[in-house]
Design a protein around this ligand. Structure first.
Ligand SMILES: [Zn+2]
Length: 306
């Protein structure tokens, strides 16, 4: 690689409750190298920041370059993030409150750092890299341990008044449904996340589901999760009228074949007539790299002109 282009590298970081993934990208968002480290959230904020910095430096080293060639670092964190201050306001999985992620990471790396909510970051990545920034209105929904989303409205990431827009996981779909981590009942997340799927399978086995084929039981639970996802999408399409709905996250990556067609069919059944015209509902192809790609997009947007 020519020395000139080395000056302009970007690092994207996907910070999760259990692992940290860092990717080194060119300014054209070509992925050069990745590195992975466990989060060890129980060791506390300072220790996790130190591990993020180490993961970034590992990725940079694997790419045969050095951090002085890195123009900016972007990071997606699992929780509510104030993107202006780069502060994690609340991240239950990490047990963080008012954590100055940007400031502490900048101290350790000596490079500008930009932070955002992880689902917002994934949506940015999908919009910019997978869809080449074309759709003006795009909704990204990520099904994993929990459920989150990001909104692109008028071509830009939409944060809303409190910068908390996109909490679709806590849209109530069954008023008398199962309890959710947020304290409510019947949230989308309590019905269709990985935790919800596992809980429902073990509940049905306990309730005597052993008498029927367990495979069939698992299939039924996954089908129901797909139906709830379709209903959630119908609600969101009625409200937002996106051009594209992109689905990602661990559940989607693993169960696209089992879930996507049911999701699309249910969304069409429940949406108001006319609202689904030409709306694309697709699975993201970025998989595990959506987070680092989006974090790189975030860093590139902010670093432009700096
Ligand atoms: Zn909830």
């Amino acid at each position: 690689m020519a020395e000139a282009s080395k000056q302009d590298l970007i690092v994207g970081v996907d910070l999760g409750g259990t692992k940290i993934l860092a990717g080194v990208f060119t300014s054209q968002l070509k992925l050069l190298q990745t590195a992975k480290l466990t989060t060890k959230a129980d060791r506390g904020f300072s220790s996790v920041v130190e591990r993020i910095a180490r993961c970034v430096l590992d990725a940079v080293d694997e790419a045969d370059t050095s951090v002085k060639h890195v123009r900016a670092v972007g990071i997606g964190a699992p929780g509510a993030v104030d993107p202006t201050e780069g502060e994690v306001i609340f991240a239950p999985n990490l047990k963080w409150e008012k954590a100055p992620l940007k400031a502490e990471l900048e101290k350790r790396l000596g490079v500008p750092v930009f932070a955002e909510n992880d689902c917002n970051v994934c949506t940015l990545g999908v919009h910019e890299v997978e869809f080449k920034g074309k759709p003006r209105e795009l909704l990204g929904i990520f099904l994993g341990t929990g459920i989150g989303a990001g909104l692109i409205i008028d071509g830009k990431l939409y944060g809303g008044f409190n910068r908390t827009a996109g909490e679709v996981g806590h849209m109530v779909l069954e008023v008398n449904g199962p309890k959710c981590g947020c304290g409510n009942q019947g949230c989308f997340e309590a019905l269709a996340s990985r935790i919800a799927i596992f809980r429902e399978i073990s509940k049905r086995i306990k309730d005597g589901g052993k008498t029927i084929l367990t495979d069939k039981l698992v299939e039924n639970v996954i089908e129901e999760a797909a139906e709830y996802t379709g209903i959630a999408i119908a609600n969101l399409v009625n409200i937002l009228s996106p051009e594209v709905v992109v689905l990602g996250g661990g559940i989607m990556d693993a169960l696209e074949d089992e879930m996507l067609s049911i999701i699309v069919e249910t969304a069409h059944d429940y949406a108001m007539p006319g609202t689904m015209k030409d709306v694309e509902i697709v699975a993201s192809k970025l998989g595990d790299h959506a987070g680092i790609t989006g974090a790189a997009v975030l860093a590139r947007q902010h670093a432009k002109g700096s």
